[in-house]
Design a binder for this molecule. Sequence first.
Ligand code: SF4
Length: 328
Amino acid sequence: MAKKGRVFSGARPTGRQHLGNYLGAIKNYVALQDDYDCVYCIVDLHALTTVEDTLNLRQNTYEMALDWLALGIRPAESILFVQSRVPEVTELHMILSMVTQLGKLTDLPTFKEKVRQQPDNVNYGLLGYPVLMTADIVLYKSDLVPVGIDQAPHIEFAREIVRSFNYRFHTKALIEPQMKNTEIPKVLGIDGKEKMGKSLNNHIEMAATPKETELRVMQMVTDPARAKRTDSGNPDVCNVFTLHKTFSSAEEVATINRDCRTAALGCVDCKKLFAKNLNAHLEPFRANRAEIDAQPKKVWDILDDGSSRARAIAQETMKEVREAVQLP
Ligand code: SF4
């Protein structure tokens, strides 16, 4: 069946993936493969901007690719590759930096936030991040980038850079990417307050054992107003209930919704049920993962193959770019 266009998305190599990664991105990546040519990139060069992210860069790249494959990324159809294996991206980054105004980069809220987060390591890479991201997207002639509403300004910025390039060099070599607005749920961590993430250690790893998963679930914060077992609870403010809606049956969700409000159901039992359903849901993924992990070379071969296919597209784009810029 003819595909509707090419989708690009990239993510920093963060190692083993957690529920937030799955519900917020990977689930959507898997679904998009049915309708689009998908190019999925592990952006290891972006990770170099943050020291902590580089400590286990190679292992994190492997673990992330392994999780994505086990969750359903199909490497024969989609391109799954590593950013640094396509060096053309750094050349395009350099060229695009010449049509990007410095003031715009320093004004970006994401840059200011990074300066706040890592005041001792305000490196050039942080400033040039949006330019490298633009190079990532346009190098592969991507039509669409799946983004949540809060990431829309990043794509708008990429579009601006592309327009500046095409205008300055009188060319149509680069395609302005479009946003594919996506319902990206904000998954809260086990603290029930902040977005799930490794840096806050409030995450639940997909590849954890059933026992580890249960222990993590039992630590989840529930309705903060429910102090005693005999107090009634409010599922509407409880993160356990929110996740039940994804991993439990409609009947179970309706029962929890009713029994929590009358205190007929306690949080311990509610969490045990959630852990059981979550583990059941993750079982096929864990089996897949173990099978793929038994032959690590295959994962690297998949990344090598994806990188070669990505590079072939990149080299075509760079021919047009060099021609437009009149680089000899
Ligand atoms: Fe949350 Fe369940 Fe406790 Fe209600 S019973 S507060 S839904 S964990």
